[in-house]
Design a protein around this ligand. Sequence first.
Ligand code: FAD
Ligand code: 2HG
Ligand code: ZN
Length: 451
Amino acid sequence: MDTLLADLAAVAGAEHVLTDPGVTAGYTTDWTRRYHGPARCVVRPAGTDEVAGVIRAAARHRTPVVPQGGNTGLVGGGVPARDGVAPVVLSCRRLLRLDPVDTLAAQVTAGAGVTIGGLHEHVARAGLEYGVDLAARDSATVGGTIATNAGGIRTVRYGGTRAQLLGVEAVLADGSVISRLGGVQTDNSGYELGQLLAGSEGTLGVITAARLRLWPAEPPAVTVLAGVSGIEAAAALQAEIRARVPGIRAAEYFEAPGVALVRAHAGLPRPLAREYPAYLLTEAGGRDHNAEIFTERMVAIPALDEASVALDPPGRAALWAYRERHTEAIGAAGIPHKLDVALPVTQLPAFRAALDAVTGDAKAIVFGHIGVGNVHVNVLGPEPGDNSVDEAVLGLAAAHGGTISAEHGIGHAKAALLHLSRSRAEIAAMRAVKSALDPAGLLNPGVLLAV
Ligand code: FAD
Ligand code: 2HG
Ligand code: ZN
């Protein structure tokens, strides 16, 4: 055994240092299969002290570290790069601390490796809910969602992950541990390091646990799937619904090509009696919800053409399947170019109108969280290594006043294009933070900031 592996085994136990390619393959290729690279090994520490030991050992051996959670990230940030020094993949999945829910403060402390689905179940038993939810809930972790500042289907109601974060515990690149898990709700004693780590994509520290804000559970009362003519109509309809119906918890958009893929992949029937170019899925709920009143207000909206209304969990799941199964259906059809942009809502129609010319003959599937102006453009056809469509679509978003990442992050995928969203001064400030906290470039080199 080489000395790095021996040092890691001394920290985490030999059985948690993985080198067999058959076993490590699941950690070195990303969810989309577009990004993969060789790892020196995968190490699975079980606690914060062990994470610190791994970081110190890797630093001694001048070997980079790629932090990883559930490996559901879509920008290649959680897997080794194809080139460069093969890193240690530090899997956080064994960081499974899950404290009892603090019902008085509506907060909980969760380890980085706890899945979002597991967190939901835990807090639901206390009558509370966590504000972030996403289709990858059964694999995506607390640590990974903080590191990417994940959004998801509840952003329109509760904001993204940053808005849920009261503090983090993390190991920095020098092996030191910072910890703010006390649950203090207002704290102005200096820089908010937890918020800095949120969205840092594993480049500034390894998050080991977090103190999270919770909300009173709001059972969904009504879910409505409406057919619309396109993104402009969907944006107008969701604005009208939000003005009239209280307690909107989701406003999601998708189009006919995505529905066709989902139907073929999952064997689902047509979602509405007629075919539509696009669809809007909205959901409302609340503590004192009254499904009848919600439904009456919803279906009385004049712009609503044909809609399917679900009032019970099986009916809701059936409607959500058309939206939530997009990612797996697209993945089954090929290796997609995933372009996750957000625009001012007023710019969505112009962006959508210009998109087809930019994607050309390739197949573009457009869907997303329209309630927050977040559109996912998935392109099938171009080779994984060909970045021209990525550059064209992201450039188009920037030209319409948008961002090149709404919720998935920058990763390796968009590091060279960060200038489309951030000014020279902002990128210089980010580089200064990175070199202050990680002068040797140990943590996730090439992610977010191109090397
Ligand atoms: P990973 O993929 O393992 O890692 C992601 C990034 O975080 C990497 O840069 C990694 O280095 C870093 N990281 C991971 N753990 C840590 C840690 N403990 N400390 C420091 N850095 C760390 N995303 C959304 O925002 N909204 C959605 O609606 C959404 N839906 C999805 C649906 C599907 C079906 C899939 C496959 C993905 C979806 N995603 C979505 C993307 C993905 O789930 C999120 O980016 C999620 O936050 C990644 O979590 P993870 O635990 O899998 O992290
Ligand atoms: C979603 O909203 C996810 O379903 C995944 O963010 C988006 O697959 C994608 O591009
Ligand atoms: Zn999304």
